[in-house]
Design a protein around this ligand. Structure first.
Ligand code: SF4
Length: 403
């Protein structure tokens, strides 16, 4: 069978697999996060019609690259066969469907044909477990070696680090890829046991992520692909078991601050027919959105886990974004003086993100900050910020009425 046929046969199953980039923000009356960050959109969007190979449907999705640009990526499994039985997964061993497995050169050649046709600008290569993690990782590395060194492929490559991979394999992946990732799936050992009983959180999943950071810290970046080490990411499955937002965000804070992960993805649980969790409800998409908002606040705004207004059940309220909830509790009576506040304090105000805060500091130096209209010109969401700020020592409530 042709490698392209295999990819097409795999495409419907990739819809059921939980891979980063597949979440969508919920639609409705609620707003996305304040300060300019929005939960990334995803899904399988075909590229422009003129570049898309006719009558072919591959597992392609829009990914955010390490440089922030969004681009079509082929998302493929090296093998859809798996010896493990994760309870949420479409590829679990006990599930009955036709499996596909590539050879490394077949995978590389199939991808390069799609890439040369202009349909994608990168590849995210993962796999089911073909026996051990070490064996499977070798297949992914062989594919990457062929792409980089035999076929001269220079564009984006995201390699999955398999559970149980060895440190030397992690290092090799980092020499070939623009991004590497390990899916932790759950924030604690107990939660992982309920989701994926055969996976070991600390030994198989967290350890490789720690190696990634260790290598980045201790070995010269010139050994990495194009002279720098790759970024790293992870993913949690949310809503399949009883993990709370506190559990997820505590783990995220550690991963972001200690292991310097670029992104933590929150993949919404969706029941897959033929799995033990098939009758369980799908995740409320607002929970995913609130988790992204809180994780961006931790990563980019200097927020600490302890500052979020968690409910008694350990979850964030769904009906208000966490930055606004924090401001209502902390800034309503003590508004931020835009003439005096430093960058960190400015970014605490709803409607003001890192870009807006820097613009305010600059406008302040130039004497161009007189009212809400000036804020608006700087790209600040003035209506959101209004209740929590002082301009020239006064609340801009009257100015708000002019908008
Ligand atoms: S290891 Fe688990 S999550 Fe990964 S493909 Fe196999 S069953 Fe799915």
């Amino acid at each position: 069978m042709d490698g392209l046929d295999k990819l097409q046969r795999m495409a419907p199953f990739m819809d059921m697999e939980v891979l980063e980039g597949e979440h969508r923000p919920p639609t409705g009356g609620h707003r996305p996060p304040t300060g300019g960050h929005r939960p990334p959109t995803g899904g399988h969007r075909p590229p422009a019609a003129e570049t898309y190979p006719k009558r072919q449907s591959f597992p392609i999705y829009m990914a955010a690259l390490p440089n922030g640009k969004r681009t079509p990526i082929l998302k493929s499994m090296f093998s859809s066969a798996c010896t493990r039985n994760c309870k949420y997964c479409a590829f679990r061993a006990d599930r009955d469907f036709r499996r596909e497995t590539f050879q490394p050169d077949e995978m590389a050649e199939s991808f390069v044909r799609i890439h040369r046709a202009g349909a994608v600008q990168g590849i995210f290569l993962s796999s089911g477990m073909m026996g051990s993690g070490v064996t499977t990782q070798d297949k992914l590395l062989d594919t990457a070696e062929i792409l980089r060194h035999r076929m001269g492929y220079q564009d984006y490559l995201h390699l999955k680090i398999m559970p149980g991979a060895e440190k030397e394999q992690v290092r090799r992946a980092m020499q070939l890829a623009d991004r590497v990732s390990v899916n932790l799936e759950a924030p604690t050992t107990a939660h992982l046991h309920k989701l994926a009983p055969q996976k070991m959180l600390l030994e198989e999943l967290l350890r490789p992520l720690r190696w990634v950071e260790e290598i980045r810290l201790n070995e010269p970046g010139r050994y990495g692909w194009k002279g720098r080490w790759p970024s790293s990411t992870t993913q949690f499955v949310v809503g399949a078991v009883d993990e709370t937002d506190v559990d997820l965000l505590r783990a995220s804070q550690y991963l972001t601050h200690q292991l310097h992960l670029k992104r933590v993805y929150y993949s919404p649980f969706n029941p897959v027919p033929g799995t033990p969790l098939e009758h369980q409800s799908a995740l409320n998409p607002w929970r995913q959105s609130r988790l992204y908002q809180a994780s961006f606040l931790i990563r980019d705004y200097g927020f600490d886990l302890e500052e979020f207004p968690f409910a008694a059940d350990g979850n964030l309220p769904l009906d208000v974004d966490p930055k606004l909830a924090w401001a209502q509790q902390n800034l309503a009576e003590r508004p931020v003086d835009l003439e005096r506040a430093d960058l960190q304090h400015l970014m605490r105000v709803p409607g003001i993100g890192p870009v807006g805060a820097k613009a305010i500091l600059k406008a302040r130096r130039l004497g161009r900050l007189r009212g809400l209209r000036d804020l608006r010109r700087l790209g600040v969401h003035a209506e959101r910020a209004g209740p929590f700020i002082l301009i020239h020592g006064r609340r801009p409530a009257q100015q708000l009425a002019l908008f």
